[in-house]
Ligand binder design. Sequence first.
Ligand code: FES
Ligand SMILES: [Fe+2]
Length: 366
Amino acid sequence: MTAAALAAVDDRLAHAATPAPEAYGGAAYAQEIERVFRRGWISIARVDQLAKPGDYLSVDLFGEPLVAVRDRAGELRVLSRVCRHRAMAVVEGCGNRSSFQCPYHLWTFGLDGALLGAPHMEQAAGFDRAAVRLPALRTEVWQGWVFVNFDAAAPSLAAELEPLTARLAPWKIDAMRTLEPMVYDSPWNWKILVENFMESYHHAGIHPDTLQPYFPAATTYAEDVSGPFAILRNPARDRSQPVISLLPPIDGLTLEERTEFLVGAVFPFHLFSVAPDHVLWYRIEPHDAERFTLRIYPCVPAASAADTVAIEQMRAFIDHIHQQDIRVCDSVQKGLRSRFAGRGRYSHLEKALWQFHRFLAQRLAA
Ligand code: FES
Ligand SMILES: [Fe+2]
C-alpha cells in the first residue's frame, strides 16, 4: 500500500490528492529509509563547524554511526565511525583530534580512516593493517553545507542543484557563520514538518500576528523547477521598500531580494529559508516513523555574528513562530492516526508539497 499510495500523486497539481495516511506509518518509513534516505543527499554539517584540521562531528543517520571530519590535508570526509575490530564507536560527540583511537582495545585510525595502530595483533595470521580502514561515504559541499550519500551510484549533488546554486548566489550562503542550534524533540513523522515548511498557505491561519501581516499567504508561490528541490517565494505585502530586519541586510541584494523571503528544500529533507539578513537551516534527524530531532541553525554573515542582542531577539522570534507550527504538527500527527483520515486535495498555494510528494513517489516506486 505504501509506495503505491504515494505513487498515485497525479502529475497535474489541480487533479492531485495528498498522500494516504498510511504514508506516515512505520511500514512506509522502512521503505523510505531504503529507497529515499539511503539514496538521497543528506546534509549533516556546515563547513564552518569543521573549520580546522582535526575538527570532527559525530552524527547518526538511520542507525548508521558516522563522523564528519576535516583531515590534516584540509579535506572534508564523512567516515563510518564503527571500529573495524569489534564495532565499538571510535569516537562520540564533537571536538578536535589528531586521530581516532577506539576506547575498547585502542586501535587507532587516522582522520582519513586509515588504520595507524592495532596493539597485540602480531599473531593474527595474515592481518594486513594497510587493508583496514574506516569506510568513507560520498560527500559533497553545497552552499557551505556538508552532504553525504550512502549510494555510490547517486547523481552528483552539484549537478542536480545547478539551477538552485545560481539562484542563491546573491546571499553568499557558503561564507555565512553557523550559530548554535535551537533543538526540538519532534514527535511527528518527518514529512509533517517538511510539508508545514514548504507551504505558506497557513500564514493566515497559524501565523496571523507574525508572518501574515508582512508576507500574506495569497501571494506566495512555488517556482516551476525540475530537480529534487523546491523554492517557495514569499513576497512582502509592500514591495516598495526593504523589509525591516534585525541584522544588517546582506551586501548587494536588490530591492526585489530585500522584499521577500525564500523557503527552500533539497529533497528528501534539507530545509532552509533565506531572508535579507540571515538564513535558517532546519536539520532533521529522523529516529522512527513518528519522531525526529529538529535543530534550527541560524546562519548569518560574519559581520553580524557578534551582534548578540539582535541574534537573541531573532532566536526568540524564530522560536515563537516554531511554537505556532508545533501546534499544527502535533495535531496533524494525531489526525493522521485517525480511522477517518483520508487523502486531501492541494491548493495551488501548495505546489511545493506536490513537488515533494512527486519526488517521494518516484523514489519509492523505483
Ligand atoms: S572494538 Fe575498537 S579496538 Fe576493539
Ligand atoms: Fe509555519
